[in-house]
Design a protein around this ligand. Structure first.
Ligand code: URA
Length: 233
C-alpha cells in the first residue's frame, strides 16, 4: 500500500494533509524517515511512526461513498456495476451499511465493522437518514401529514417520518428505518411518485459538497467516534 494512503487510512489526515507530513519529514517507516509519498509499505508488518508516535494498523475500515446512480450495493453482480468496483482490492471484503437502490445516489457507508453496521441499521438506535426526493406530482398538505404518521406499507408499519418541503416537487424526508424501497413506497402510498432520490445524511454524517458522485473517502477518527456514539445510544 502507498504510504500516503496508509496514513490517510489510519485517520491521520486527508491525502493532502498526510503528503505534507511526509514532505516535512515527520513520518518514519521501520526507523527511517520516509520522504516519498508513493513509497510502498507492507501495512501488516511496517512500523510507521508520525512525529515519533508509532501507529497501530487499523483493523476496521470505514468508507463514505457518494454513490452514483447505476451502481448496485452488492459485492458482486453479474449484470450491473457494483459500488465495490469503485474501490481498491484492499476494501473488497467490506459490506455496505444497508443498501441504496441502483438508481439512488448519495451517502453510502461501507465497512468491515459488522457490529457497528448492525447497530446503525437497527431501528432501536433511531439513527436518522436524510433523503432528498424529487417527486412526479406536486406534494400537498394531506400527503405531508400522512408521511409524518405511522404508515402501513403492507409488510410493515413505518415510524413517523420528518418532512421538509423544499418546493412542491422536492422534499427532504428523514427516516430511521431502512426497509426495501422504503422512501419510494412511502411516497407511492400517499399517491405520489419518487423520480429521483439522493441520500444526503446518515446519522451525524453529511455528504460532503466536494465529494463528487462515484468518489469515496475514509472516515476520520472523529467521524467514526460520532457514528459509534449514535449507534450506542
Ligand atoms: N428508500 C428507497 O426507496 N430507496 C433507496 O435507495 C433508499 C431508501
Amino acid at each position: 500500500m502507498r504510504l500516503d494512503r496508509y496514513l490517510a487510512n489510519q485517520g491521520i489526515g486527508t491525502r493532502k494533509e498526510v503528503k505534507k507530513l511526509i514532505r516535512q519529514g515527520q513520518i518514519m517507516v521501520n526507523g527511517v524517515i520516509q520522504w516519498k509519498e508513493d513509497c510502498k509499505i507492507d501495512e501488516e508488518t511496517a512500523v510507521v511512526s508520525c512525529n515519533g508516535e508509532i501507529l497501530h494498523y487499523q483493523r476496521y475500515i470505514y468508507i463514505l461513498m457518494n454513490k452514483e446512480p447505476g451502481f448496485v450495493c452488492a459485492n458482486q453482480d453479474s449484470l450491473h456495476p457494483t459500488v465495490f468496483d469503485c474501490l481498491p482490492p484492499a476494501y473488497q471484503r467490506c459490506s455496505t451499511v444497508g443498501r441504496l437502490d441502483k438508481d439512488t445516489s448519495g451517502l453510502l457507508l461501507i465497512t468491515n465493522d459488522g457490529v457497528l453496521a448492525h447497530r446503525l441499521l437497527s431501528p432501536v438506535h433511531h439513527v436518522e437518514k436524510g433523503y432528498e426526493a424529487v417527486l412526479r406530482i406536486p406534494i400537498d398538505q394531506k400527503q405531508t401529514e400522512l408521511l409524518q404518521k405511522e404508515m402501513d406499507l403492507g409488510d410493515f408499519i413505518t415510524m413517523p417520518a420528518k418532512v421538509k418541503v423544499l418546493d412542491e416537487n422536492r422534499i427532504h424526508l428523514y427516516i430511521c428505518e431502512g426497509k426495501f424501497h422504503q422512501v419510494k413506497r412511502m411516497l407511492q402510498a400517499v399517491g405520489n411518485e419518487v423520480i429521483r432520490l439522493n441520500r444526503f445524511s446518515f446519522g451525524p454524517l453529511q455528504l460532503d459538497d466536494d465529494l463528487p458522485q462515484g468518489e469515496w473517502r475514509l472516515l476520520t477518527n472523529d467521524e467514526i467516534a460520532l457514528l459509534k456514539e449514535v449507534a450506542n445510544r
